[in-house]
Design a protein around this ligand. Structure first.
Ligand code: ADP
Ligand code: ZN
Length: 434
C-alpha cells in the first residue's frame, strides 16, 4: 500500500515546482527569524530573492553540526517557543547535545506523515501490530515511529529499547507483526529468541524497520532468517527530523527520500561542489516545510549516492544507496581509510562467525593497530583450536584483501560482546591512552 499516493507518486516536474515554492517560502521565513542564516547569507551577498530555481540552491552556504552547538540550545529555532510543542536532542558524541524543536504541524503534518509512509514502504497497514523497540525519550527513534504508527492506524506497542525478555514475551503474546529497532538490537533480539527456543514459526513477525546506524546485507540476511521477517532499512537524523527521512520499499537496496519535505543534494566532501546523479559523496539536506527547526544545506556527513530513475514500486521519490559510513566515523589506520561497515561486510561473508564485533584501536610504537574482535557462532565454538586458528587466518586474509590493511583478529566466545539496546558501539579507540 502506498500511504500518500498524491505526494509519493507525484509527477517529477510537478514536485520540482512544489519544492521551489516551499524553498522560497522557507528562505523568506528564515531571513526574518534566524539571525545566523541572515548573517551568513548577507556575508555571501545573497538574499532569498536570488534563489529563483532549485539550481540556485548551491549558492547558499552550508549548515554544519557545529552551528547547532554554537547556538545551543535554541538559537536556530525559527518559531517562537509557544509554538514549539516538542523538543528532542541528538544522542550526541561529545559535549553538549544538539537540541531540535517541533511545532504541532511539524509533528503531525510532516513527521507522523513521513513515518506512516515509511511503515507502509515496509509493507505495513492499519492491520499491523507495531512493536517499537527504539528508545523513547530525547532520542528521536521511539516517539518518531510512535506517532507515525498511530497515524497509519497500527496497534502500537511502545516498548522502548532494552528488557529483551519482555520484548519477546510481548512479541509472542500480542502477536507483533512489525518490529522497529536498531539493526544491532534486532540481532540481539534474534539471538535471545534463538536461546529461548523461539523460531520464526513461533512469532508472527513479517517486517522489520531497522535504522539509526549503518548495517550490512549480511546482517539483513541474519535477522531475516532468525526472525522470519522482511528487513527494511530506514534512515533519518535528528537535525533533519529524526527517522522518516528515507526508507526502503519492497524493491530493497535503495531508500526513497521524502524530498517533498527534505530536499537532498550530494556533494564532494573535499571540494564541497555538488555531484551529479549516481555519484557517491556526502548527503546534504534542506528542510522545505519544517517550522520550528528548519535547516538549509545541512551537511549530514553520511556517504551515499542519489538516483532519480523511476522505481518499480511506483513511487517517484528519488532514492539513496544504503549509507555505508560517515565522513567522520572513518577510521584512518596506517593511512588507510576504513569504515566499520566495510569490516562488518567482510565478517558477514565468513561462515562460522556472527555479525557481532568490536574494533579495538591501539598504538604499537607509533603505528596504529587494529584488533577485530568477533564472536564465533555457537555451533563452531566447540571446534578444534586448529579450526579456530584457521578461521582467524581466513578473516585476517579477507580483511587484508578488501581493505589493504593487516589487522589482528581475535575470536571471542559466543555472547561475550556487549549487546546493544540502541546504537552498537563498534569502535573502541584506545590510541590516545596507549
Ligand atoms: P538519531 O539519534 O536519530 O539516530 P543522530 O543524529 O544521533 O540521530 O544520528 C543520525 C545518524 O545515524 C545519521 O546521520 C547516520 O549516520 C546514522 N543513521 C541513521 N539511519 C541510518 C541507516 N539506516 N543506515 C546507516 N546509518 C544511519
Ligand atoms: Zn520503490
Amino acid at each position: 500500500m502506498i500511504w500518500d499516493p498524491k505526494h509519493e507518486c507525484m509527477d517529477v516536474e510537478q514536485r520540482r515546482a512544489l519544492q521551489l515554492f516551499r524553498l522560497r517560502e522557507q528562505l523568506a521565513r528564515l531571513w526574518a527569524a534566524v539571525p545566523l542564516y541572515r548573517q551568513r547569507w548577507q556575508e555571501a551577498g545573497i538574499t532569498p530573492d536570488d534563489i529563483r530555481s532549485l539550481d540556485d540552491l548551491p549558492r547558499l552556504p552550508f549548515t554544519v553540526k557545529n552551528d547547532l552547538r554554537d547556538t545551543y540550545p535554541t538559537g536556530m529555532f525559527a518559531a517562537p517557543m509557544d509554538e514549539v510543542v516538542r523538543v528532542h536532542a541528538s544522542s550526541g558524541t561529545t559535549g553538549k547535545p544538539i537540541v531540535v524543536g517541533y511545532t504541532k504541524s511539524d509533528v503531525n503534518d510532516i513527521w507522523a506523515e513521513t513515518i506512516a509512509r515509511t511503515i507502509a514502504l515496509g509493507g505495513g497497514t492499519s492491520q499491523d501490530i507495531l512493536q517499537i523497540a527504539y528508545g523513547y525519550g530525547l532520542f528521536t527513534g521511539g516517539l518518531g515511529l510512535h506517532y507515525g504508527g498511530e497515524r497509519l492506524g497500527c496497534t502500537v506497542i511502545p516498548m522502548s529499547s532494552g528488557n529483551t525478555e519482555r520484548q519477546l514475551l510481548m512479541m509472542q503474546d500480542l502477536g507483533t507483526t512489525i518490529l522497529a529497532c536498531t539493526p544491532s538490537y534486532a540481532l540481539t533480539l534474534a539471538d535471545a529468541a534463538e536461546e529461548m527456543g523461539l523460531g520464526p514459526d513461533d512469532l508472527k513477525l513479517r517486517a522489520g524497520l531497522f535504522g539509526a546506524e549503518a548495517w550490512s546485507e549480511g546482517a539483513r540476511v541474519a535477522v531475516e532468517n532468525k526472525l522470519g521477517l522482511s528487513a527494511h532499512d530506514i534512515y533519518g537524523l535528528t537535525e533533519i527530523i529524526g527517522p522518516g527521512v528515507a526508507a526502503e520499499c519492497e524493491c530493497k537496496g535503495t531508500m526513497h527520500v521524502f524530498d517533498d519535505h527534505f530536499y537532498p543534494e550530494i556533494i564532494d566532501p573535499e571540494t564541497l561542489e555538488p555531484l551529479p546523479e549516481g555519484e557517491t559523496g556526502e548527503l546534504v539536506f534542506t528542510t522545505l516545510t519544517k517550522r520550528a527547526f528548519p535547516v538549509i544545506r545541512f551537511r549530514t556527513r553520511d556517504i551515499t549516492a542519489l538516483h532519480y530513475e523511476p522505481c518499480p514500486c511506483g513511487r517517484t521519490h528519488p532514492r539513496v544507496d544504503r549509507i555505508t559510513g560517515r565522513t567522520d566515523d572513518m577510521l584512518i589506520i596506517r593511512g588507510v581509510n576504513v569504515f566499520p561497515s566495510q569490516i562488518e561486510h567482510v565478517l558477514t561473508g565468513v561462515h562460522g562467525v556472527e555479525p557481532q564485533y568490536q574494533l579495538v584501536l591501539t598504538k604499537e610504537g607509533h603505528l596504529d593497530a587494529l584488533e577485530v574482535q568477533v564472536e564465533v557462532a555457537p555451533a563452531f565454538f566447540s571446534d578444534t583450536i586448529k579450526g579456530l586458528e584457521h578461521l582467524e587466518q581466513e578473516i585476517g586474509d579477507k580483511i587484508r584483501s578488501t581493505l589493504g590493511i593487516g589487522v589482528k583478529v581475535k575470536l571471542v566466545e559466543p555472547k561475550t560482546i556487549e549487546r546493544s539496546i540502541g546504537k552498537a558501539k563498534r569502535v573502541v579507540d584506545l590510541r590516545e591512552k596507549t
